[in-house]
Design a protein around this ligand. Structure first.
Ligand SMILES: NC(=O)c1ccc[n+]([C@@H]2O[C@H](COP(=O)([O-])OP(=O)(O)OC[C@H]3O[C@@H](n4cnc5c(N)ncnc54)[C@H](OP(=O)(O)O)[C@@H]3O)[C@@H](O)[C@H]2O)c1
Length: 99
């Protein structure tokens, strides 16, 4: 059984995916921002190393255009730097990275 780590599980896409995955044969680990802030690279790497998911699905995003324009730093932190760090942590765990 594949362990699926779903990041952003409370979001619109995340909750839809959560329902779909839960209805299947996989072991779902749903994570919301309280469980793991994707900007916290150390915590992300620690959680990946302890949970050892086979599949990592990221749906966390800072994507409302007006908010991104007002806070570009936050947009880059969540949508770019955190994703790079997540990919590095996944590769370190020996997982193939796919976005
Ligand atoms: N909805 C769709 O139909 C759809 C379709 C295709 C692609 N997408 C893409 O999928 C992504 C998510 O879209 P969505 O509609 O599901 O957005 P959403 O409802 O706003 O969900 C985004 C989630 O990301 C979480 N998040 C934000 N910053 C975070 C952080 N630093 N650490 C951890 N979690 C964080 C949010 O948590 P909080 O609630 O705590 O802020 C929220 O649960 C976007 O890139 C979007 O373009 C969406």
């Amino acid at each position: 059984m594949a362990r699926v780590m779903l990041i952003g599980a409370n979001g619109q896409l995340g909750s839809d995916l959560s329902r779909e995955i839960q209805s299947g044969p996989h072991d779902l680990v749903p994570l919301n921002r309280t469980d793991m802030d994707i900007r916290d690279h150390e915590h992300v790497a620690d959680l990946l190393a302890s949970l050892r998911p086979h599949v990592i699905l990221n749906t966390a995003a800072f994507h409302k255009v007006e908010a991104c324009e007002l806070d570009a730093e936050q947009a880059f932190a969540v949508n770019s730097i955190a994703i790079r760090n997540l990919a590095i942590a996944a590769i370190e765990l020996g997982r193939t990275w796919c976005m």
